[in-house]
Design a protein around this ligand. Sequence first.
Ligand code: SAM
Length: 320
Amino acid sequence: MLPPIRPDSAEPGREDWFAEPAYAGCQQRYRVLQRLHAQTTPWQSLEVLELEGPGRALILGGTLQTSVNEEFTYHEQLVHIPMFAHANPHRVLIVGGGDGGALRHVLLHQGVDRALEVEIDQTVVEVSLRFLPEISGGAYSDPRAELKIQDGAQFLAETSERFDVILIDSTDPVGPAAALTSDEFLRNAHRGLAPGGLIAMQSGSPISQPREWLSTVRAFKREFRIVKPYLGYVPIYPAMLWSWVVGSDEVDPTSFDEVSVRSRLDGLGTELRIYNPGLHRAAFALPNFVQALLKLIDRDEAPTAAHLRAAGHPLPGVLA
Ligand code: SAM
C-alpha cells in the first residue's frame, strides 16, 4: 500500500516524490532519490531527477520526458515504425528530440546518410549530454548527424531540403510545441517530404489525453491522404498507453515487406527491446473503444465526457 501522496518538497526525513499532472482523478508519481539539476531556460522549466524506477530522468515544463531506463519504450515506437515502413530512408529530420534518443535510434539504420535534428532549446541538449548521455549514446558525434538550434516550425517553413522521414519528437502541444500541430506546420512538413516520404509524431494518450490525441490525428487527416494512428506503452507517461500517428500520401505504414525488414533489422547491429515486425503490425490494431473515439474526429468541438463514455472510454471523466 503506497503511503499517501506528499508534496514534492524534499523536507529532511520526508520522502520526496515527483508527481505528473493528474488526469481523471488519477496521478502517477515517482519516488525521487536525488534532485540533480533545475533551471528555467528561455523556453521552459527543466529538471533532472534521479527516480527510483526510471533512473535519471529529464523533466520539461513539469512533465516527465524521458529517462535512461525506459527511453527505449518511446523512441523505438516513434522511430522504427516509420523508418521500417519506408523502403529505404536516407535523409531524416527530427523536430525536437533534444535528449538525443530519437537521433540515436535513427542512426542505427545504416542506410541513413543524413540525420538533422532541429531543436529549439540548446539547454535541453547540453543538460541531456551532461546528465543523460546514455540516451544520445554518442549520436551527436556521428558524421551523418547535424544539430540545428532553431524553431522546427520556422525551419520547415523556410527549408528547401526534402526528407524521406520526418519525426516530430516534441513536448506536449503547449508552449514552444504549440505550433507543431497547426495546419500551417503540417503543410510545411508535408512540403518537406521527398516522394514516398512519411511523417510521424507523438500524439499523446487516448486514455489520459483523448482530446489532444483526437485533435492531432484530425490535423493529420486534413493534410495527408494516408493517416494511421498507432499505440504503444510508455511506463512513465500518464496512463502509460501512448500514441503516435503516421501521415503520408504514398506509403501505408501498415503494409511492409517483412523479409526486407528482418534483414534490415539484422543490419542495425543492436537488439531492439520493443520493435519487431509482429509489433509493427500490432501497433496499428486499435482497441474497439479507440476506434469508437476516432469516429468523433469529424466533430468541430472537443468530445464531452458523455461522448467519451458512449465510446467506451475507460476514464470518461478525463479532462485533457
Ligand atoms: N524524446 C522525448 C521523449 O522520449 O518523450 C520527447 C521530448 S524531447 C525532450 C521534446 C523536445 O521538443 C524538447 O527538447 C523541446 O525543447 C523541443 N521542442 C518543443 N517545441 C519545439 C519547436 N517548436 N521546435 C523545435 N523543438 C521543439
